[in-house]
Design a protein around this ligand. Structure first.
Ligand code: NAD
Length: 339
């Protein structure tokens, strides 16, 4: 079976993870990756044999000056690709869409830092794979929206739920990002309520009545969500636990096994031998799942750098209609990523 050729535009935190995940699939391959400047990640692309392209003549020249192997300008990469995964910083994807992808009639997957309007659809494989089939421009939603949509998608399709509230405790920066820290503060983000996450979840689950608020805290490793969900149909805590235990890309953990904080979750990812200690699953504490006065409560940990990676792989398959069965695509992705 011939593999589809995937270009990764922006080989940073998300781009390098998506490139590695693409290279693990049997129906797609990394045609090349782009970088703006010759840093350690450009060297990593060389080491992993991902053809490296510069986004400008200056980029290409700077690679050559640092003895990095380069295939030249990203234009030729995009010309030869079947699809591009845009992993550039927020808002650049929308510019690339107009300047590069539409003129080249190239299908594109975007990330959650873009406005929803960049995509013909926003995407979570478990919720809307089928309605995303064949779309030219698909936005994989942000890490927080992915985590919220997986859990709320499962609950809303199995139980009758009412008003939903989520409080997000967000990591202030990624581990690699030295420009935003250290900070010694808890920052309401944004200062006013609600935060943008609720409306973003509604791009995936439009029927849901969800309000969110968020703060940033001095940690780099994960987000933590506190969910409060009104139940309309007598659902019990046990019903919710058994549903979530069966839900794909969700892992229910037990504090008695020593999972008391995000610290142990990251240690667990290391113990599993996950590349870059990535966690692709929503990590939900079993003890936190309770129902009181027709309201469900739970805590979930979300590894911001990796949770969107399997979604990008499924979005490629949906856009190119490589697989028309959502479950089969997710089976393939999850097997390749050892989820
Ligand atoms: P990043 O800064 O780590 O990586 C972006 C890469 O794109 C860098 O290598 C940068 O040099 C390169 N780049 C910059 N301008 C470019 C251009 N014009 N053309 C090609 N490459 C260019 O950013 P990131 O964290 O990987 O974020 C990428 C996207 O993913 C954003 O939309 C972000 O909101 C979203 N996202 C990030 C996270 C996270 O935790 N980091 C989680 C989910 C979604």
């Amino acid at each position: 079976m011939s593999k589809v050729k995937v270009a990764i535009n922006g080989y940073g935190t998300i781009g390098k993870r998506v490139a590695d995940a693409v290279s693990l699939q049997d129906d797609m391959e990394v045609l090349g990756v782009t970088k703006t400047r010759p840093n350690f990640e450009a060297r990593l692309a060389n080491d992993r044999n991902y053809p490296l392209y510069g986004i400008s003549k200056e980029s290409v020249k700077s690679f050559e000056e640092e003895d990095l192997k380069t295939e030249g300008l990203s234009d030729s990469l995009l010309e030869a690709a079947d699809i591009v995964v845009d992993c550039t910083p927020g808002k650049i994807g929308a510019k690339n869409k107009e300047a590069l992808y539409i003129p080249k009639k190239l299908k594109a997957i975007y990330q959650g830092g873009e406005k929803a309007s960049v995509g013909d659809t926003s995407f979570i494989a478990q919720v809307n794979y089928i309605s995303s089939l064949g779309k030219d421009h698909i936005r994989v939603v942000s890490c927080n929206t992915t985590g919220l949509s997986r859990t709320l998608g499962a609950l809303s399709s199995n139980f009758t739920i009412g008003n939903t509230r989520a409080f997000l405790v967000r990591r202030s920066a990624d581990p690699r990002d030295s420009s935003k820290g250290p900070i010694n503060a808890i920052i309401p983000d944004p200062l006013n309520v609600p935060s943008h996450h609720g409306p973003d979840v509604k791009t995936i689950l439009p029927e849901l009545n969800v309000i969110t608020s968020a703060v940033k805290v001095p940690t780099t490793l994960m987000h933590l969500h506190s969910l409060m969900i009104e139940l309309k149909d007598g659902t019990s805590g046990e019903d919710i636990k058994s549903l979530l235990e069966k839900t794909r890309r969700v892992k229910v953990l037990h504090s008695k096994e020593g999972f008391r904080s995000t610290a142990e979750l990251i240690e667990y990812a290391r113990d599993l031998g996950r590349s870059r200690y990535d966690l692709y699953e929503n990590m939900i504490w079993e003890d936190s799942i309770i129902v009181k006065d027709s309201e469900a409560y739970l805590f979930q940990g979300i590894a911001q750098e990796s949770i969107v990676v399997p979604e990008n792989i499924d979005a490629i398959r949906a856009a190119l209609e490589l697989e028309t069965d959502a479950e089969k695509s997710m089976d393939k992705t999850d097997k390749a990523l050892s989820i």
